[in-house]
Design a protein around this ligand. Structure first.
Ligand SMILES: [Fe+2]
Length: 205
């Protein structure tokens, strides 16, 4: 097994998220791990066969991007949630300070992010740090794999598939977003942002 599913059962009891919703969501995440592992194994074990089949390679690679990003994005998401979350980030938080600089204020960044997250369709709203421009950019990814920006670091990641909200909020994204912002541990976001700052983009000569 190449990827191993993380155990997120400690999140049961998280305010704003029912046990049923979380358990369903964890099971879905485990499905992505299972399917990503299956596809990664296929890539090596039947390489000649796949190569001969030509177009199947495209389908398999698309599927791999779907399943593998399904694993990684859920880990960014669940890893940033905590039962000890204290609401909004404090003013000393480096991510708070950075978005205040890039967007005029933290509240402006949040408003912009929530607008992106309100887009129709299923996917993810992701605030990435782009080392090349030095900016935090709010992005939208369709499903799990369409819309990623190469060479950037995801920092703040919100699941906007229906399964993330439907059981508790129906299709009321606003209420779900309120609950998610309250469930975020901003120290995790600060650590991610600081690690992203240390990373250099690898391209050019
Ligand atoms: Fe999800």
């Amino acid at each position: 097994m190449i990827y191993k599913a993380n155990d997120y059962s400690a999140l049961i009891g998280l305010k704003g998220f029912s046990q049923e919703l979380l358990e369903n969501h964890f099971a879905l995440y485990e499905g992505y791990v299972k399917n990503a592992n299956k596809l990664l194994a296929t890539m090596t074990s039947v390489f000649d066969e796949v190569k001969a089949a030509g177009s199947h390679v495209v389908e398999l690679k698309n599927r791999l991007a779907f399943e593998l990003n399904g694993v990684k994005l859920h880990e960014y998401y669940f890893d940033s949630m905590s039962k000890d979350a204290a609401g909004e980030p404090d003013r000393g938080n480096p991510f708070y300070q950075k978005v205040a600089l890039d967007y005029g204020s933290y509240q402006n960044w949040k408003k912009h992010f929530r607008t992106v997250a309100s887009m129709r369709g299923v996917g993810w709203a992701i605030a990435i740090y782009d080392a090349q421009s030095g900016l935090v950019i709010n992005t939208w990814v369709d499903e799990h794999h369409l819309g990623h920006v190469a060479g950037t670091s995801p920092v703040f990641v919100m699941d906007l598939w229906e399964h993330a909200m439907l059981l508790d909020y129906g299709s009321d994204r606003e209420k779900y977003m309120d609950a998610f912002f309250k469930a975020v541990d901003w120290t995790v976001i600060a650590e991610r942002f600081e690690k992203a700052l240390e990373r250099q983009e690898v391209h050019g000569r």
